[in-house]
Design a protein around this ligand. Structure first.
Ligand code: HXC
Length: 267
C-alpha cells in the first residue's frame, strides 16, 4: 500500500487515505465515536474523494469503516445544539456530504457492522455496496424524532421499494446483511474476514477497465433515477454512440477479435 499524496496521513485524521494499485482506499477513522459523521470528517472525505477522482493513477475508490462499525450516523453530539438557522446558513448535508455525488469514478462501499442513519445513507450513495455478514443497516432517526436527511427517504425507495423503505424509515427497523442483500440494498455479501480483500479485488478489476467507459456507464445508470424511460434510453444511446469515439473501445473489440488482451489507455 502506498499513501495517497494528497491526504493528511496522521493517525488522528478522521479519514485515512491510501492507494492499493489503481484503487484509492478511504477508511473512516473516528473509532471512539463509532465513526459518527461530523463536519471535519465529511470535509476530509469530500477533499479525499475529489483528489482521488482527479488522480489519473486511480480507477476506482473504496470507502470503508472499521470491523465493527461502518458509521453510526451523523454526529448526534455535534447536532444536538444546532438551530434551524445554523443548518440553513451552513447548508448542512448539501455543503459537504454531497461531494460524493460529484465523483465520476466508481465508488464501492465495504461495510462491516453498523451502517446507521447517515452511515447507511453514505453507503447507499456509493455505486456498489459490498457487505460483510456482520453488516447491519438502519435509518433509526425516528427514534431521535429526526429523519433521514442525506438521501435515505429518496434512495431507499428507489433501491428497495416503498414497502421496505417505509418500514425502515418509520420504524427504524434494522436489516441484517442477508436481508439487505435480498431486498437489493447491497450488491453482495461476503464473510467478514474477506470484506476488504473481496472489495479491493472487485475494485481492482473495475479499475482495470477503460476509465471513460466506466464513467459513461455510471452516468447512464444514475440517469435511470432522474429521468423517464424514454429520456434514459436516449441518454444511454448517446453515451453508447460516444464509445465509438474512444480508442479503448476500438482496441477492446480489436483485441477480442485478435484473441489477445486489450491494452487500455483510458482514452
Ligand atoms: C455521536 C455517537 C453516535 C452518533 C455512537 N456514538 N453513535 N456519537 N453520534 N451517531 C458514541 C456514543 O455516544 C458513545 O460515546 C460511543 O459512540 C459508543 O457508543 P455506544 O452507544 O456506547 O455503543 P454501543 O452500546 O455498542 O451501541 C452502538 C450503537 C449506538 C447501536 C451504534 O451507539 C447507537 O444507537 N448510536 C446512534 C445511532 C443513530 O441514532 N444514528 C443516527 C444518527 S442521526 P461515549 O462518549 O459515551 O463513549 C443521523 C441523521 C442523518 O444520522 C440526517 C442527516 C445525515
Amino acid at each position: 500500500m502506498q499513501d495517497h499524496p494528497d491526504a493528511a496521513q496522521d493517525s488522528q485524521s478522521p479519514v485515512l487515505a491510501t492507494r492499493v494499485g489503481r484503487v484509492g482506499l478511504l477508511t473512516l477513522n473516528r473509532p471512539r465515536q463509532l465513526n459518527a459523521l461530523n463536519d471535519a470528517l465529511m470535509d476530509r472525505l469530500g477533499a479525499d474523494l475529489l483528489a482521488l477522482d482527479a488522480d489519473d493513477a486511480v480507477g476506482a475508490i473504496v470507502l470503508t469503516g472499521g470491523p465493527k462499525v461502518f458509521a453510526a450516523g451523523a454526529d448526534i453530539a455535534a447536532m444536538a445544539e444546532w438551530t434551524y438557522i445554523d443548518v440553513y446558513r451552513s447548508d448542512f448535508i448539501t455543503r459537504n456530504w454531497e461531494t460524493l455525488r460529484r465523483v465520476r469514478k466508481p465508488v464501492l462501499a465495504a461495510v462491516a457492522g453498523y451502517a446507521l442513519g447517515g452511515g447507511c445513507e453514505l453507503a447507499l450513495a456509493c455505486d456498489i455496496v459490498v457487505a460483510a455478514q456482520s453488516a447491519r443497516f438502519a435509518v433509526p432517526e425516528i427514534k431521535l424524532a429526526m429523519m433521514p436527511g442525506a438521501g435515505g427517504t429518496q434512495r431507499l425507495p428507489r433501491a428497495i421499494g416503498k414497502a421496505k423503505a417505509m418500514d425502515m424509515c418509520l420504524s427504524g427497523r434494522m436489516l441484517t446483511a442477508d436481508e439487505a442483500d435480498r431486498y437489493g440494498l447491497v450488491s453482495r455479501v461476503v464473510p467478514d474476514d474477506m470484506l476488504l480483500d473481496e472489495t479491493l479485488a472487485l475494485a481492482t478489476a473495475i479499475a482495470g477497465f477503460s476509465g471513460p467507459a466506466l464513467m459513461a456507464i455510471k452516468e447512464s445508470v444514475n440517469r435511470a433515477y432522474e429521468s423517464s424511460l424514454a429520456e434514459g434510453l436516449l441518454f444511454e444511446r448517446r453515451e453508447l454512440h460516444a464509445r465509438f469515439a474512444s480508442k479503448d473501445a476500438h482496441e477492446g473489440m480489436d483485441a477480442f477479435l485478435g484473441k489477445r488482451r486489450p491494452v487500455v489507455v483510458h482514452r
